[in-house]
Design a protein around this ligand. Structure first.
Ligand SMILES: Nc1ncnc2c1ncn2[C@@H]1O[C@H](COP(=O)(O)OP(=O)(O)OP(=O)(O)O)[C@@H](O)[C@H]1O
Ligand SMILES: [Mg+2]
Length: 268
């Protein structure tokens, strides 16, 4: 059953350019979908439309059976947590603790539960020692960790991570990927926006946007086999995949090597 349904969605910030063009996308409950695409392809815009921060020029968005409009936007926002691409856009509180609490306050979570969740999730992202710090005293990666803690603590059914690990070190990235896997096991629907093909391999489905259009939508295997689309998407391809393409272009036939490279391309 689809939990997010996007039909013929078109959007422009100003009259001259359409940033999203007739986007159709259905995301099933409990699914983990990665959205990839070059800079400016419309990924963040799409996520802002899904949570009703921007209004579509035309088309429909349905979340959990509710058609997104002026009357339903508040109810829909309670179902979706979003970690924004730029963590500075996420901060509202005076301290890290206030920030983690903010989303939960909006959901009306009871105070004692809130206090225990702040402890639980700040520990999870390794920021428990920073609870009394002001957000501007943190590094970029630390801000991202705090933003992630605040969203996880809300416990929404759908979470969008918009390049939420871009400033994290490799260990931080691995730990966020493992939270996402845990969330997926709990039945949470996840959208990760990323430039990292390797991260996208963990998800159930990969969607590629190019200049505001969906140019690919399928499993990792489907998408990686679609050489023409991948080459046109301006994404950085993994080395084994580049080698497969190179062999094909040069008419080098070696099924065994090709098979090994395929396996390597799909290793997470
Ligand atoms: N507030 C805005 N006003 C006008 N144009 C905007 C605004 N925000 C984004 N755009 C334009 O919309 C297009 C899509 O931007 P968007 O941020 O959705 O891209 P993206 O795929 O998230 O890119 P990135 O990988 O760099 O994060 C870009 O051409 C951008 O210049
Ligand atoms: Mg973006």
């Amino acid at each position: 059953m689809s939990i997010i349904k996007i039909e013929d969605l078109t959007f422009s910030y100003n009259e001259d350019t359409e940033v999203l063009k007739n986007v159709n996308l259905e995301i099933n409950k409990g699914e983990w979908v990665s959205i990839l695409g070059h800079n400016g392809s419309g990924k963040s815009t799409l996520s802002k439309l899904i949570i009703g921060l921007l209004k579509a020029s035309s088309g429909k968005i349905t979340v959990d059976g509710e058609l997104l409009n002026y009357d339903t936007v508040h109810s829909i926002r309670r179902k979706i947590g979003i970690v924004f691409q730029n963590p500075d856009n996420q901060f509202v509180g005076v301290t890290v603790e206030d920030d983690i609490a903010f989303g939960m306050e909006n959901l009306g979570i009871e105070r004692n539960e809130m206090i225990s969740k702040i402890q639980e999730f700040s520990k999870k992202v390794n920021m428990i020692d920073y609870l009394n710090k002001a957000p501007h005293e943190l590094s970029g990666g630390q801000k991202q960790r705090v933003a992630i803690a605040g969203i996880l603590a809300m416990g929404t059914d759908i979470i969008i991570f918009d390049e939420a690990t871009s400033m994290l070190d490799p260990k931080g990235r691995d730990s966020v990927l493992s939270f996402i896997k845990e969330l997926k096991n709990q039945g949470i629907t996840i959208i990760t926006i990323t430039h990292e093909m390797k991260e996208a391999l963990y998800s159930d489905r990969i969607v590629i946007l190019k200049e505001g259009k969906v140019i690919a939508d399928g499993t990792a295997v489907d998408v990686l086999q679609d050489k023409k689309t991948l080459n046109s998407s301006n994404l950085e391809l993994l080395l084994p995949l580049k080698l497969i393409y190179h062999m094909q272009e040069q008419n080098i036939e070696n099924k065994e090597i090709e098979e090994i490279l395929w396996q390597l391309s799909l290793i997470k």
